[in-house]
Design a protein around this ligand. Structure first.
Ligand code: IMP
Length: 430
């Protein structure tokens, strides 16, 4: 299987970083195609923790090509900080193992400021964004007022386009948000210097990845955020501003959709969400608090405590269905150790009865009541288990129940943060 899409099947933070890092062992290319530094992918290798925001999670393996595709919103300040942080820890990062698409849109200071100011204006309707400028950058992309990496690297284009952008954004900052205006020359100097440092990484990454696929190389597409934060399929407007699943790959990596060979979703054995918006199986009680503490559920990017709740089979079934997933991976199973009973939402109660289907509108998701069913828990430490048959019977029964409810095969289980803490089920994905 030379191409594999791995995406989040909940509201993000499913543990994608660790799984991508693991699957990257057998990949040649690891490609990000959407999102930006709003993502926080945590990878633990030999007890050392790495939090990656923009750099694909394959960077921790030597000789893999990591690609930031044209669909990613790139903050050059954050990207360079991340690269320098990795280098300081002895990881080689250069134009051979990290490639940046010339077509990726750039996040400027005005995007971050406007993101943060816009949240204040939203009041009660605020989204709870990461404040990283993601939404405003994608808005400019759609409005055709953004600057791509190639625009920033071209002296005449960058001046003309940034002048035009700032003329409008400064009015917005001054008049609407009561902030200070940004100085064109200062911004040009700062961002040009950043772009020049990135120049050795820049190229036509779509062409490079398509050629690699044709040459039989293994391509791993790394999704950021999750299906329920997808701008089209998620709980709009409480979503991020990109297509997070395999739906984003064709446009965001310039990769032909017919050449996507395998698709795997990732979901935690329970469920979390950061930011605002509906979350039917949320537990705003001692159970939610216990999950948060056991799973260290605090945002990798913002440090915010995550909202916690039981696994939601309706939501994951929907996420895997729209992605056409071949299978899925369950993470953080070990976090549920010690719960006397473990519950999961299997249906929703809606006006007029019960449904196994995900409602089409976020406002309806807010009104559903989850139908929770339970299974007995287990007390044995499972973090050292490596074979499925060595799991306690109650843990296996829980996993098989989730698989039955979701209706798609579970291919792997994760029982701890380290690369080694996984249990394969069935065929290896590659
Ligand atoms: P934005 O992507 O910063 O615009 O935030 C939009 C919504 O997506 C907010 O609810 C964020 O908390 C959420 N979000 C963005 N990135 C992530 C992520 O990597 N994990 C989990 N939630 C995220």
């Amino acid at each position: 299987m030379p191409s594999l899409s791995v995406f989040g099947a909940q509201w993000g933070d499913e543990g994608k970083g660790k799984l991508i890092d693991l699957l990257a062992q057998d990949a040649d290319y690891v490609v990000r195609y959407q999102g930006g530094a709003n993502a926080g992918h945590t990878v633990v290798v030999g007890g050392q923790k790495y939090v990656l925001h923009l750099v694909p999670s394959g960077i921790l393996h030597p000789a893999k090509v990591n690609v930031i595709g044209n669909g990613v919103a790139v903050d050059p300040i954050k990207l360079l900080e991340e690269i320098e942080g990795l280098r300081a820890r002895g990881i080689v990062v250069d134009g051979k193992n990290l490639r940046l698409s010339a077509g990726a849109h750039v996040i400027f200071e005005h995007h971050r400021l406007i993101d943060q100011c816009a949240e204040r204006w939203r009041g009660e309707g605020r989204i709870g964004t990461t404040g990283r400028g993601i939404g405003p950058c994608y808005a400019d992309k759609a409005a055709r007022t953004g600057l791509r990496v190639c625009d920033l690297l071209d002296p005449s284009t960058r001046r003309a386009r940034l002048r035009a952008a700032l003329a409008e954004k400064n009015e917005l900052l001054l008049q609407v948000h009561k902030e200070k205006a940004l100085d064109l020359e200062g911004q040009l100097d700062q961002y040009t210097a950043l772009a020049e440092r990135l120049r050795p990484l820049v190229g036509d990454t779509g062409k490079e990845v398509r050629a690699a696929y044709r040459a039989g190389k293994r391509i791993l597409f790394e999704g950021a955020q999750g299906a329920l934060l997808d701008i089209d399929a998620g709980t709009y407007p409480f979503v991020t501003s990109s297509n997070t699943g395999p739906d984003g790959i064709a446009a965001g990596a310039s990769f032909p959709p017919r050449q996507l060979d395998q698709i795997l979703g990732i979901a935690k054995a329970y469920c979390t969400r950061v930011g605002e918006g509906p979350f039917p199986s949320e537990q705003k009680n001692a159970i939610g608090d216990k999950i948060r503490e056991a799973g260290h559920e605090y945002g990798a990017t913002t440090g915010r405590p995550r909202r916690c709740g039981w696994f939601d089979a309706v939501a994951v079934r929907y996420a895997l269905d729209i992605a056409g997933a071949d299978g899925w991976i369950v993470t953080n199973l070990d976090v549920l150790t010690g719960f006397p009973e473990i519950r999961a939402a299997v249906r929703y109660r809606v006006a007029g009865g019960e449904t196994r289907d995900w409602p089409a509108e976020a406002s309806s998701v807010e009104r559903v009541e989850p139908v929770l069913t339970s299974r007995p828990g287990w007390t044995e430490d499972i973090t050292g288990v490596r074979r499925y048959e060595d799991l306690p019977a109650a843990a296996r029964a829980y996993v098989e129940w989730l698989e039955m409810e979701v209706g798609t095969p579970i291919r792997m289980l994760s029982v701890g943060p380290d690369r080694s803490q996984v249990i394969a089920r069935g065929l290896k994905p590659w």
